[in-house]
Design a protein around this ligand. Structure first.
Ligand SMILES: NC(=O)c1ccc[n+]([C@@H]2O[C@H](COP(=O)([O-])OP(=O)(O)OC[C@H]3O[C@@H](n4cnc5c(N)ncnc54)[C@H](OP(=O)(O)O)[C@@H]3O)[C@@H](O)[C@H]2O)c1
Length: 372
């Protein structure tokens, strides 16, 4: 297992992080306790150290199980625990959710208690609440770092303008900066490439990827059928959900799955391994969260770093999954940029120079990016 530093911090984390949204059966598509324990033990034995949960996962049971497994394995010093706040714990009470100071202070105490620890390594705003000013969030998170309850901070599922504002405030006001942005990214969901990847690179944040298999779709376990799809697992259980994260049975996605299947056969690897390998190696990606309900799935996914995807196969996957061009990003593509720069190339500097801007379609990382 390789370890990378998390954003611009000194914290070293595994490239494959373990997601624990599936720890607990409360939501109808998770793993019961003994299966979750096996998954946790296997991840640690493989050298993994980065584990993600949230206060709302399986109604608090994910945090409780994780805390118990860490305690039983005596691994608290070794593991890096990430957890999240935002979702409401008391219907009818608007201040028992959201990203305001009152809720963050309430939520952190609950997470510490369920995890059975006195500090959280990475505390993550789970989802933008559309009301709390970035100043309030960053100041509160900074207070938690000063108090010792939290080591590093992150934002997930927030608009790019909001993350940029929060990071700029943090830097200008000498508050704890955002180390990481946690976002959905996979062969079927590449929207973050337009705004978030260049944002993260510019602001010095790592991208921590969630749902690299699109909730299991990219493992190849689902097939298109007249009724919509065949196959069992989370996406079948949640069919018809109005959450886009679980609505993956589309014509476009089946084409991507079909090409992925061909590539996996050519590589003699599972589809899941190819899909995880593809996303791990995308520009800006620091860590990828793998999730599992069964031990064999984690064992499969952990092999995703053991090979290199030949350029030609990678390009086939890039091509079939390429997101449609959209305004205003069309103006930043090389053809239109050429009209601005008089035909001379942008960003091609001798080795050692930092590439100044991110140019869509020109995604090779500079030497400096790789070192970071
Ligand atoms: N910040 C956020 O908003 C956010 C949102 C979602 C997730 N997350 C985090 O990201 C983590 C990972 O997300 P995810 O669970 O959606 O990841 P994912 O890799 O897209 O999906 C994992 C699911 O796919 C199936 N699967 C995994 N490996 C497989 C394999 N090798 N073969 C066949 N099926 C396989 C399993 O579900 P079945 O057995 O049911 O098929 C497993 O639970 C979560 O645990 C959580 O920590 C964060």
């Amino acid at each position: 297992m390789d370890y990378y530093t998390l954003g611009k911090t000194g914290l070293r984390v595994s490239r494959l992080a373990l997601g624990t949204m599936t720890f607990g059966e409360d939501w109808g598509w998770g793993a019961e306790e003994s299966a979750a324990r096996e998954i946790f033990d296997k991840y640690l034995a493989a050298g993994g150290n980065f584990i993600d949960t949230a206060d709302m996962y399986t109604n608090g049971n994910s945090e409780k199980m994780l805390g118990q497994f860490v305690k039983e394995s005596g691994s608290r010093d070794r593991v890096v625990i990430a957890t999240k706040f935002s979702y409401n714990a008391q219907p009818g009470n608007p201040n028992a959710g959201g990203n305001g100071r009152k809720n963050i202070m309430r939520a952190v105490e609950g997470s510490l208690q369920r995890l059975g620890t006195d500090y959280i390594d990475l505390y993550i705003l789970h989802t933008w609440d559309s009301v709390t000013p970035a100043e309030e969030v960053m100041r509160t998170l900074d207070d938690l770092v000063s108090s010792g309850k939290v080591r590093h901070v992150a934002l997930s599922d927030a608009p790019a303008w909001y993350v940029s504002q929060a990071q700029t405030l943090a830097k200008e006001r000498h508050l704890e900066p955002i180390s990481t942005v946690q976002l959905e990214y996979s062969l079927v969901e590449r929207n973050i490439e337009f705004e978030y990847v260049p944002m993260a690179k510019t602001l010095g944040c790592g991208v921590m990827v969630w749902s690299p298999l699109a909730s299991g779709l990219l493992s190849g376990k689902y097939k298109p059928s007249e009724a919509g799809a065949e196959g069992s697992g989370r996406l079948a259980t949640l069919a018809g959900s109005d959450n886009p994260a679980f609505n993956k049975f589309t014509e476009r996605n089946w084409k991507i799955v079909a090409e992925l299947e061909k590539v996996a056969k050519e590589m003699d690897r599972s589809m899941a391994q190819i899909a995880v390998n593809w996303v791990v190696n995308r520009p800006g990606v620091a860590s990828v969260l793998v999730g599992a309900t069964k031990l064999y799935q984690l064992e499969d996914n952990l092999k995703a770093l053991a090979f290199e995807l030949p350029k030609e196969l990678q390009q086939r996957l890039d091509e079939v999954s390429k997101p449609d061009s959209r305004f205003p990003y069309t103006f930043f593509e090389p053809s239109l940029q050429g009209m601005i720069h008089g035909g001379s190339s942008v960003g091609d500097k001798p080795e050692g120079y930092e590439q100044p801007v991110f140019i869509p379609g020109k995604e090779e990382e500079s030497t400096e990016d790789k070192a970071a």
